[in-house]
Design a protein around this ligand. Sequence first.
Ligand code: S3P
Length: 478
Amino acid sequence: MFGRGNEPGGRHYSAGGLYAARARYAESRIRAVLAHVQAGGLAKLTTSMTESVSPARSVSGAISVPGDKSISHRYAMLTSIAEGESRILNYSTGEDCRSTLACMSQLGIAHEFADKDGRRELIVHGKGTHGLQASKNALDAGNSGSTIRMLSGILAAQPFTTTIFGDESLSRRPMRRIMAPLAEMGAHIEATNDQYAPLTIHGRALTAITYEPPVASAQVKSCVLLAGLYANGETAVIEPVRTRDHTEIALRELGADISTERRTVRIRGGAPLHGKPLIVPGDISSAAFFLVAALLAKEANLVIANVGLNPTRTALLDFLKSVGASIKILSVESANGELVGNLQVRNSRIRGGTISGALTAALIDEIPVLSVLGAASQDGFVVKDAAELRVKETDRIATVAENMKRMGIQVEVKQDGLEIPGKQTFHAAELDSFGDHRIAMAFAVAALASDGPCLIHNAEAASVSYPEFYRTLREIAQ
Ligand code: S3P
């Protein structure tokens, strides 16, 4: 059902913007390898992979997904600035979280992986809030917005200067959203055209502020809270709508003085953090691909074990249930202040639905795969208030629409959303990740539901959050 091969060169794509996006992606891989070599590392030559995915009738079995990407980033950063050793189970295997660890190493924090009863354990040797050292080379955040935006909050408070860069996609994503509050706290940051990476962050003693971000962004909130950990006084972030609260939970777990009241989070600077054993729950945003694969199948009975069920992330389950999905939470427990449980999903008849307002913010990473579900639903899905999708790893409104079009799916593109009529059939097509992990995985799921084998070019992008994705999909789809 699945196959793999090196992508043939010289292919031409009609959509000009997307062709350019793909060319920029190829160029960014070359630049990343060169930067890696210049930084003294061994070049990791990522070849472009094409994955072939054939239709599946049934989706069943019992699986687990990699550790949550958001929580892994936070644990890597916070245990680095905590005192003493932290042992972290189930740290994300994705490239983004590897980028965070590499940045922390360059700042003088040692880590290693060990085997714990057959499970991978990450050991971080934290040096306390004032234990980071200036890096000899610029830090490479790779494709990871979370790395560059959250780490900037810590770097802004250090008594040294750091340059941090990323790949071509990251170099096009907006950074003013973190530069503005950090400047207000007293940091001095230089950026390309005053808004894009590379960022050169001249650390300073910071002053506490009260900040109301104009966009709903957990990365911005986290950046300000991490800077607030170092600032003199109490820093407050008042969110426009509540976003994922993993930073608040992890900070509290490690000893910070932090509290939340509705949409306001407050942190008092100066408290030391203490390392401790931590467990990362499975990533619900990765589980989303398999949930939708099961919902779309003719027959499905799939159990996904140890999925993170933090209430700021489970809007996905609530939304899916509201449109008719058969999903059961089989068990729930708590680990380091985060909820985790087992899910069971069966194939279901999905009604129509609208994703708008605060729900859009809560589902922002799941919209590509939910759009796929929408096309097969009874009455279609409407996605509104989703301008943020245009500044993710790709412009996800454009990349979702392009792959949909290639599969013969009708979709209406809006400036800040999509309208996807229901009862449509996915036709076999050549698809592209455009270098975006969630686009690769969303369309592998669409391919399972299609009327013939599909090719996904640049399929290796999935490794950014989920290197084992195609193998797991192969295990459950027949
Ligand atoms: C993340 C927050 C979200 C999300 C991203 C991870 C985080 O981004 O899209 O994948 O870990 O805080 P924004 O905060 O920019 O919306």
